[in-house]
Design a protein around this ligand. Structure first.
Ligand code: APR
Length: 341
C-alpha cells in the first residue's frame, strides 16, 4: 500500500529510511530526535557533526547505524506560532525535501513521524493534513511505500466534527444491524414474530434487496445484461476504468493500491481481491452505493452494517468524499484496517 498510517515507535520500523524531526544543530534532542539518536548509537551523532546543521524546511541524510533502516533523513520542522509565519509552507518543504532525498537514494520505503507536532507545537490534525497532502501528491507520480508513524493516540486525531459525524453514523447503522440480528435470533426462537413485522427498514436497506436487478443491468439489453452479469470483478473494474477516462495508474494510485497488485488483477480475470481492495477501487472510481454494491458482489462481498469498516466507507460514499487518504485517516482513528492492499 503506497501510504499507510501506523501506530508504532519509529525506531522499530524496518524500512529503507526513517525521517527524524530534528533541530537545526542536528546534534539530537528530545522526542523522536532523542529516541532515534538513542537507538542508532553514537555513530549517528558523529556523522551529524560533519553536516554543519540544517535549515528549517530542509533535510539531510545519514546512515542508519544500529537502527533497522539503511538511512536516517533529518529534517527540521517549523516552530508553530500562529500559522501566519509560513509554518505550513515550511512543514510541506520538510516532507518534500525528505521524499526527494529518499528517492535520490533509491529508497523503496520511508517512515515519517508527525513532524513539528510535538515540542514544536504544530496543531496535530493540521500537521497530519500537511503530511497526507504532500505524501499523496508525491505518490501520484512516484512508487514508494510511505508510512506515517503515529506514536500515541494523543498525537493523532481527525477533526472533531468529522469524528462526531462518523460516530453518529456508526451508532445509527451499527446499532440497527445488531437490532436486526437480535430480532432475527428471537424470531427463530418464535418469541417476537409480531415485533418483527413492526420493524421498518430504512429506505436504503430496501435497495440492497438481493432480487433487485444489479444496477448496471437496469438499462441494458438482455444480452448486454447477461454479459454484464457474467463479468468478473477484474473485467468490471477494467471496463469501468476505461469508461471513467482515467489511466490504470491514475486509478490504482487514487485507490492507494500498489502497481504490483493492480497488474495481478489486470492479468487474471478471475482474481479474488480482498474486500478492502474492492472498496478502494469503488472510492477511486467515485462509485455511488449501488455501483459499490455491484462491484463488491462481483468479488463475492456485500456491504454490511455489522462491520464498522463498511459503515465508515459507506459514510464517505454517501457524503461523496472520495479522498482515500482522508477515509484512511478516519478508519485509522476507529482502529479499522485501511483501504487499499
Ligand atoms: N516514534 C514515532 N513518533 C514519535 C516518537 C517515536 N519514538 N517519539 C515521539 N514521537 C512523535 C510525537 O508524539 C510527535 O507527534 O513525533 C512527533 C514529533 O514530536 P517531536 O519529537 O517533539 O518533534 P517536533 O515537534 O518536530 O519538535 C522537534 O523537539 O526533540 C526535539 O530535537 C528536537 O528540537 C527538536 C524538537
Amino acid at each position: 500500500m503506497p501510504l499507510k498510517i501506523i501506530r508504532n515507535d519509529i525506531t522499530k520500523i524496518e524500512c529503507d529510511a526513517i525521517v527524524n524531526a530534528a533541530n537545526s544543530t542536528l546534534l539530537g534532542g528530545g522526542g523522536v530526535d532523542g529516541a532515534i539518536h538513542k537507538a542508532a548509537g553514537n555513530g549517528l551523532v558523529d556523522e551529524c557533526r560533519t553536516l554543519g546543521g540544517c535549515e528549517v524546511g530542509q533535510a539531510k541524510i545519514t546512515k542508519g547505524y544500529n537502527l533497522p533502516c539503511k538511512y536516517v533523513i533529518h529534517t527540521v520542522g517549523p516552530k508553530w506560532s500562529d500559522g501566519k509565519h509560513a509554518e505550513r509552507e515550511l512543514l510541506e518543504s520538510c516532507y518534500r525535501e525528505s521524499l526527494r532525498l529518499a528517492k535520490e537514494n533509491a529508497c523503496e520505503s520511508v517512515a515519517f513521524p508527525l513532524i513539528s507536532s510535538g515540542v514544536y507545537g504544530y496543531p496535530k490534525d493540521e500537521a497530519l493534513k500537511v503530511a497526507i497532502d504532500v505524501i499523496s501528491g508525491f505518490l501520484l507520480s512516484e512508487d514508494m511505500l510511505v508510512y506515517i508513524v503515529v506514536f500515541d493516540r494523543a498525537s493523532y486525531q481527525i477533526s472533531e466534527r468529522l469524528f462526531a459525524d462518523i460516530t453518529s453514523y456508526i451508532d445509527e447503522k451499527y446499532v440497527q444491524a445488531h437490532f436486526e440480528f437480535n430480532l432475527t435470533r428471537r424470531d427463530r426462537a418464535g418469541e417476537s414474530a409480531v415485533l418483527a413485522q413492526t420493524r421498518v427498514l430504512p429506505a436504503e436497506d430496501v435497495s440492497c434487496n438481493v432480487n433487485a436487478p444489479a444496477p448496471s443491468e437496469k438499462n441494458l439489453s438482455v444480452d448486454e445484461a447477461l454479459k454484464a452479469a457474467d463479468e468478473s470483478f477484474s473485467q468490471m473494474l477494467l471496463r469501468r476504468i476505461d469508461e471513467s477516462g482515467m489511466t490504470d495508474a491514475e486509478c490504482y494510485k487514487r485507490a492507494n493500491i500498489d502497481r504490483k497488485l493492480f497488474s495481478k488483477i489486470r492479468n487474471d480475470i478471475n482474481y479474488k481481491p480482498s474486500k478492502a481492495t474492492v472498496l478502494a477501487f469503488a472510492i477511486a472510481l467515485e462509485f455511488d452505493l449501488e455501483e459499490t454494491r455491484e462491484l463488491l458482489m462481483k468479488a463475492g462481498f456485500a456491504l454490511s452494517h455489522s462491520y464498522k469498516f463498511d459503515i465508515i466507507v459507506e459514510y464517505f460514499i454517501k457524503i461523496k468524499n472520495y479522498n482515500v487518504f482522508e477515509i484512511n485517516e478516519a478508519l485509522f482513528e476507529f482502529d479499522q484496517n485501511l483501504l487499499g492492499v
